[in-house]
Design a protein. Structure first.
Length: 367
């Protein structure tokens, strides 16, 4: 079985790229021949393994208005790269039309990660094109919530739900940090409005009133204008010495924060039609043995087993979030119980098991 995975990058950098890297690596370990179709100049991590790499896709990151025109121009080189390929799996949804144009009679799979599929079918002028590509493909949704959004936007669609995987072996159980000062809350979704960073800061200001030595670490990419607003909020509450906006950090440093933190919290929000399709970071935090706190109303509710691996609070409710953080920071036994459950849940969602489910779909399509 020879499968082409279609993604801008194959690296532990952001959603599409991480998914492509982990799925590709796991499929290779299970005997599938993988062709990595990446964007021109795209990053392909050496850890992908024995994949054939073809950097033939138009650049997607950052996405520009000329993307579909550049996709048309890319058809000849993509078709050449697909020689000997049995099936195409589009990991990054924007490439679905290009895959449709290039696949010929080959089966086509598209993974719906969240907002993109529902939004693109509603676009004027080009919605019909995406609709045609999605209808031609076997759709995989990363959560029941995402699948429901796809079914609403694309009547007749019947996506199969396969939750995101996690590379369980990367994560170690919590370890005491001898240099640590105070209980630590970690958020690794970036400083973004949709991730609710301002809600987290408001909640943390309330937490500090009850636990004065608590600290908050936020890692990941930022939205510059929004970060300025968050920094002003931090200053307003006098939290400059307690909150660190770490930005993008090396993987080893992120893994260390996972290992030494006490609680993981990310109050994601549905904004402008965008929603959290699943919430892989909750699974990663669980793999590190951290109790996790998320929000109701999106795919996060499937990444967090409420009352077992963590807690869920209403979106945009800083007081409810603060109450749960305080409860967990003050109850080490509950943290340990949820952390143990989180590691068990993450191990069940290891990428090896997830890739096997995806491979089964390939086998049915190729039968």
């Amino acid at each position: 079985m020879r499968v082409a995975l279609v993604a801008p990058d194959f690296a532990a950098a952001y959603g599409w790229a991480s998914y492509a890297l982990d799925l590709g690596r796991s499929l290779i370990m299970q005997g599938v021949e993988v062709i990595a179709l990446a964007q021109a100049g795209g990053t392909v991590a050496p850890t992908l393994g024995a994949a054939r790499v073809e950097r033939v896709l138009p650049r997607l990151v950052p996405m520009r208005r000329s993307f579909l025109m550049r996709s048309l121009l890319a058809i000849p080189r993509v078709r050449r790269a697909l020689q000997g390929c049995d099936l195409l799996h589009v990991v990054a949804e924007p490439y679905a039309p290009l895959a449709l144009w290039s696949a010929g009679a080959r089966p086509l799979v598209v993974t719906a990660h969240g907002t993109f599929v529902p939004k693109t079918v509603a676009r004027p002028l080009v919605g019909w094109l995406y609709r045609r590509a999605y209808t031609r493909a076997r759709l995989i949704a990363v959560s029941e919530y995402t699948a429901a959004q796809v079914r609403t936007a694309l009547p007749g669609a019947d996506p199969v739900v396969i939750h995101n995987g996690v590379d369980f072996a990367r994560f170690q159980p919590p370890q005491p940090d001898p240099g640590k000062h105070g209980p630590t809350v970690l958020a690794s979704g970036g400083v973004k409005g949709r991730k609710g960073t301002h809600v987290l800061v408001e909640a943390f200001a309330q937490v500090r009133q009850q636990i004065p030595d608590a600290r908050l670490i936020v890692t990941g990419a930022t939205e510059p204008d929004y970060q300025a607003q968050v920094e002003a909020l931090i200053a307003q509450h006098g939290l400059g010495d307690a909150v660190r906006l770490a930005g993008m950090i090396p993987e080893a440093e992120l893994l260390a924060w996972y290992q030494h933190a006490d609680v993981f919290a990310l109050p994601s929000r549905n904004v402008g039609g965008k929603f959290e399709g699943f919430g892989l970071v909750f699974l990663e935090a669980g793999a590190a043995g951290l109790p996790v706190i998320g929000t109701h109303g999106s795919g996060v509710a499937e990444a967090v087993i409420e009352g077992e691996t963590g807690m869920l609070v209403p979106q945009d409710d800083a007081s409810a979030l603060a109450d749960v953080i305080v409860r967990l920071l003050r109850d080490p036994a509950l943290r340990a119980q949820m952390g143990t459950a989180g590691r068990a849940h993450a191990e069940w969602q290891d990428w090896g098991a997830v890739a096997a489910r995806v491979r089964d779909i390939y086998a049915v399509l190729l039968a």
